[in-house]
Design a protein around this ligand. Structure first.
Ligand SMILES: Nc1ncnc2c1ncn2[C@@H]1O[C@H](COP(=O)(O)OP(=O)(O)OP(=O)(O)O)[C@@H](O)[C@H]1O
Ligand SMILES: [Mg+2]
Length: 707
């Protein structure tokens, strides 16, 4: 068997990454793998490690091991002694590695099943996670402290209770009824106080929990709104919904657990001290019995941690599809493909649930093991007490107190350790996932410059712009959507943009608004590179009426108020008239107060666009980008939209993407796009004369319009 093993240890920083990937490169090369392959591997490894570095684990201990057998390349990467898990990052990392790294045939397994295993793990330790969350909890530091103290009191009363119970039994056996009553009274007070303090502390924790959760959730939502469009589109909704709604609450409850655990540890310490003062040997035996169980418990949660992450990433895929099902329910019905959709969904449901079942199965097996060990421990403990009583070294009452303590530790306390470890596992995974949303390079944020443009004249310039949506390929490779595109649009000009479907018109808009950034070249606004401008300077001055505008599930009025919170009725009606939508709105059951369905479902395509035009007029910006709906509109609606556009044209720079030439015939200039570039610019008449493809387009258009 041909085998190659490479190991590298060092520190996770830029230099370490360079060295590690360099070492992997030369090792693979020495094994006789093609230069190109080695290089691909090196680059991918570098990229992966950089993702972890950007996840702020600078200086962590890094360990890389590549092992190569026939047809089986195994790369193990450990950061801080933890392996990096493949499944979580399957799509981004493994996918990229598989794309770049083709296993040479001489290494492929005999059965033709070459396997590439990639083991990857988390970069954050529990402690780091607590540091991350602390800023949300610390706003209620006082309350947290108060709750912990209340819980402490409850613990102290809990330690006193067994002593009192033993006293009662002793009094019974001695036939002292009055003493029984006295001690029972004391026990009553102890128990009442214990419960009272417990509830007080829990109420406090609930407040801390709620406060921290709200702060965290709103922070995460804020973070998600900053993630680039490209990334959100690539990842899909499920991931974001799960992380914003589910993982945040797990993080908050993780904090409660640690407070709980802190008090519990004090409880055990108190009980052990009490036991120790009665009989050291017994205390020692207890420590051993408990330690064994804690060890098993730790082992269980370590496994649970791995399994749970796998389960959750599958669950995300399920939720994502559910979201699409709800949003796309019309299309699903009309395509008559409920069945296929249902099958796909069922498959995802089954996979996710199988992962959960597997996780629970392993967890229960280990729980069973722990319980059974515990039972043996109890047996040994009772036997020891019996032995001591028989030898006359202990009186039964003392044995009873000790036994009470023991059962307290071994049952309830171990259960809390178990659930504590469970919620810490939960906490860590959730933290990792939420933290990634906020800080990791896997979720890039939009970046803006800090140059401000207060009054925009409205000049838009493209200088040799190249663009491709595919970020996984290196610049210069892959399909380019825009290629060396250059133009200048003057302030106040109206430009029509026409060209075949898919030629990149909407894409050009996406670059002007900086939803995406060019791979090469520059986009300028009033002569300033938009890379250097602030967000408000760009998006505050550009209004887009998109091809399929999103109307929110609110009343018509609220949809408009979203843009201008202090909107008056007069102004609202004025813009709706200008946008030629006023009449349509008045026909709705409750006029301006009619609720619009999700995504604007109870409006027609043309109405939706006109409402979006009204929305855009409220912004009163100096640049308007209008992306005409692709769906063919009837002549009347077309004329209304035309009118609406003419109403906004005055004193503004307007770019209109049109699918019918009639929409743009009156523009100052028309740009004819083809294959990601502008083939010709000019007035309609000029283009008819000079540009053959444009002439063809005009002819087709005329044919269509005349039926
Ligand atoms: N978010 C995206 N991710 C990846 N590829 C995309 C994305 N949006 C568009 N594309 C691709 O880019 C190309 C140009 O799309 P674009 O939306 O700019 O076309 P268009 O000219 O506006 O077409 P239409 O007239 O049909 O609206 C298309 O081939 C499309 O496949
Ligand atoms: Mg388009």
């Amino acid at each position: 068997e041909k085998q190659l093993i490479m190991k590298w240890k060092g520190s996770l920083n830029r230099q370490g990454i360079e060295e590690a990937s360099g070492a992997a490169y030369s090792e693979l090369k020495r094994a006789g793998i093609e230069e190109k392959q080695c290089l691909a591997f090196r680059l991918t490894l570098e990229e992966i490690l950089n993702i972890y570095l950007d996840g702020s684990c600078e200086g962590s201990a890094l360990f890389v091991r590549c092992r190569k057998l026939f047809g089986d390349l195994e790369v193990v990467i450990r950061v801080n002694c933890r392996e990096i898990n493949p499944l979580e990052h399957e799509d981004i990392i493994l996918g990229r590695l598989l794309k770049n790294f083709v296993i040479p045939p001489e290494y492929s397994a005999q059965k033709g099943s070459n396997r590439l295993r990639f083991v990857f793990t988390l970069y954050n330790t529990t402690f780091k996670n607590y540091v991350f969350t602390w800023k949300y909890v610390k706003q209620q530091k006082g309350l947290l402290l108060f709750s912990i103290s209340a819980q402490l009191f409850s613990v102290i009363f809990g330690i006193l209770a067994p002593i009192a119970s033993a006293g009662i039994i002793r009094a019974y056996t001695n036939n002292k009824a009055d003493m029984v009553l006295e001690i029972a009274g004391a026990l009553l007070i102890i128990s009442l106080l214990k419960n009272l303090f417990m509830v007080i502390s829990n109420q406090g924790y609930n407040h801390v929990y709620t406060g921290a959760l709200s702060a965290l959730e709103s922070d995460v939502v804020d973070g998600v709104l900053k993630i680039t469009t490209g990334c959100i589109e690539e990842k899909g909704t499920g991931l974001f919904i799960q992380r914003i709604t589910g993982d945040t609450s797990r993080i908050a409850s993780g904090y409660n657990s640690i407070a709980d655990m802190f008090v519990n540890i004090l409880n055990y310490a108190g009980i052990l001290i009490a036991m120790f003062s009665i009989d050291p040997s017994i205390a020692l035996v207890t420590v051993v019995i408990v330690a064994v169980q804690v060890f098993v418990e730790l082992f269980r949660t370590k496994r649970l941690f791995k399994d749970d992450r796998i389960f959750r990433s599958h669950n995300e895929q399920f939720t994502g599809l559910v979201g699409e099902m709800v949003r796309g329910h019309r299309d699903i019905r009309l395509l008559n493909n409920e069945k296929t959709f249902w099958e796909e969904l069922t498959e995802r449901i089954n996979t996710a649930n199988e992962k959960r079942l597997y996780m629970q199965k392993r967890s229960w097996n280990l729980k069973l093991f722990r319980w059974e060990t515990g039972e043996f421990g109890t047996f040994a403990f009772i036997a020891l007490l019996a032995y001591l009583i028989a030898k006359g070294e202990m009186i039964p009452a003392t044995a009873l107190i000790i036994y009470n303590y023991y059962s307290d530790i071994s049952s309830s306390s171990l259960k809390t350790i178990g659930s504590f470890l469970d919620s810490i596992t939960d906490f860590n995974i959730s933290n990792e996932r939420v933290c990634a949303l906020l800080t990791s390079a896997e979720f890039p944020k939009e970046h803006f410059g800090n140059e401000r443009l207060d009054k925009v004249r409205g000049e838009i310039t493209f200088e040799h712009v190249d663009f491709s949506y595919d970020t996984s390929v290196k610049p210069g490779e892959g399909r380019k959507i825009l290629q060396d595109m250059s133009f200048v649009i003057n302030p106040g000009e109206t430009v029509g943009l026409v060209g075949k479907s898919g030629c990149g018109k909407t894409t050009a808009f996406n670059l002007i608004t900086k939803l995406y950034e060019p791979d090469a070249g520059k986009v300028l606004l009033d002569g300033k590179n938009i890379k250097d401008l602030t967000k408000d300077s760009i998006r505050g001055n550009i209004t887009v009426v998109s091809q399929s505008p999103y109307i929110f599930r609110m009343s018509v009025r609220d949809n408009l108020k979203l843009v201008k919170p202090d909107l008056s009725d007069d102004e609202m009606i004025r813009v709706c008239r200008l946008a030629c939508i006023d009449e349509d709105i008045n026909l709705l059951p409750q006029g301006y107060d009619t609720m619009i369905g999700e995504g604007g479902v109870n409006l027609s395509g043309g109405q939706r666009q006109r409402l979006a035009i009204a929305r855009s007029m409220l912004r009163d910006s100096s640049i308007v980008l209008f992306d005409e709906a692709t769906s063919a509109l009837d002549n009347d609606t077309q004329a209304r939209i035309q009118q609406a556009i003419d109403n906004i044209r005055k004193d503004r720079t307007v770019i209109i993407i049109a699918h019918r030439l009639s929409t743009v015939i009156n523009s100052d200039r028309i740009f004819f796009m083809q294959d990601g570039n502008i083939l010709a610019k000019g007035r309609h008449e000029e283009l008819l004369e000079t540009c053959e493809p444009y002439r063809n387009l005009a002819m087709m258009d005329a044919l269509e319009e005349n039926g």
